[in-house]
Design a protein around this ligand. Structure first.
Ligand SMILES: Cc1cc2nc3c(=O)[nH]c(=O)nc-3n(C[C@H](O)[C@H](O)[C@H](O)COP(=O)(O)O)c2cc1C
Length: 312
């Protein structure tokens, strides 16, 4: 099974809804996190975005960022009440502001906090729980203290990105430490990190024979054909792919335009999409520069037309 990783700013409801109209092979997605808060009400916009009736594309599991068990349970149960039987807890986000508040990867070095969080949250939790984590905040062996704690609870699965928070998204993934976590865990484990080709996945699958669930983020955004290439072992020609990318782009633009008022808003949203989407194209650096220079809807559309016209 292939999971689309949550990428805040890109894999939102619109993206997840349109993606399977153009690309095959992705089975499930975890939505980018929403933060729990005491004040969260059912009519909150972030919750409404996760309404199953509006999420018609890749089947999606909501993700919650929280260090406060009561707030977490309240939000998770609201998600359950609107139709989500599963939620994911994020304890891997490495961003400074998140870590400073003791959330995300900021929890990884405090096994006692993780344990008391689960002890308090789990009894009242209606949906099934999975956890997305890194190996640690500073040291890659921090997770070795967490896995035995997770083993005490009924969890759907662990999704492990084998880096530390301090590594952010760079440097090597630590496969030896991932292997240790895998052997310690009594839960199903999903591998996540740096899968950017069918060959990379093949190599990982050879090493970790017990794993059959793979989460892919940046690799899928830069090559949305990756999941079908992995599963169907077919590779379309570059010009054929460019045509599909153009149709996907135009559909995203049309849908975001309905939601975002103001010519700068839509341009900024599309620039965010291009951060990874641009990675698909052979002349990606030049394309990114051209896109980043646009500030207005009409200018943006003219540049995109020129880029695609020159590619086919
Ligand atoms: C810009 C950006 C935003 C991200 N947002 C989230 C998020 O909301 N929740 C989460 O669990 N992970 C988030 N991640 C991490 C990814 O889901 C994934 O774990 C990471 O990119 C490694 O996988 P990859 O190498 O396949 O991209 C984000 C990563 C990036 C680069």
């Amino acid at each position: 099974m292939i999971y689309l990783a949550p990428i805040q700013g890109t894999t939102d409801r619109i993206y997840r809804n349109l993606f399977p109209l153009y690309f095959k092979g992705v089975d499930i997605a975890i939505a980018p996190f929403i933060s729990s808060s005491k004040k969260m009400k059912p009519e909150n916009n972030l919750l409404r975005e996760l309404d199953p009736e509006k999420n018609t594309g890749i089947p999606t599991i909501p993700q919650i960022m929280s260090s406060i068990p009561d707030d977490f349970t309240k939000l998770a149960n609201m998600l359950y009440d609107i139709g989500h039987s599963r939620v994911n807890w994020n304890i891997g986000c490495p961003f400074r502001m998140v870590v400073k508040k003791g959330r995300g990867a900021g929890m990884l070095c405090y096994p006692d906090r993780v344990e008391s969080f689960l002890d308090q949250a789990m009894p009242a939790l209606k949906p099934q729980l999975s956890i997305k984590l890194r190996l640690g905040l500073t040291y890659p062996d921090e997770a070795l203290q967490l896995i035995p704690i997770f083993n005490r609870f009924t969890l759907e699965e662990l999704i492990i990105h084998p880096r530390t928070g301090e590594q952010m998204y760079e440097g090597e993934v630590n496969l030896d430490m991932f292997e240790q976590c895998l052997s310690l865990s009594c839960h199903r484990v999903v591998y996540n990190g740096d899968i950017e080709s069918a060959e990379t996945l093949e190599r990982l699958a050879q090493r970790f024979g017990s794993i059959d669930r793979w989460m892919i983020g940046r690799g899928l955004l830069a090559n949305p054909f990756l999941a079908e290439e992995i599963k169907l072992r077919t590779v379309k020609s570059y010009p054929e792919k460019v045509k599909v990318m153009r149709a996907f782009h135009d559909h995203l633009f049309a849908e975001y335009s309905k939601l975002l008022s103001g010519p700068a808003h839509i341009t900024n949203k599309m620039k965010e999409i291009w951060t990874y989407f641009g990675g698909f194209f052979v002349n990606r650096e030049k394309i990114r520069k051209q896109i980043n220079k646009t500030h207005h809807r009409d200018g943006y559309l003219a540049v995109v037309k020129k880029i695609f016209d020159e590619l086919v």
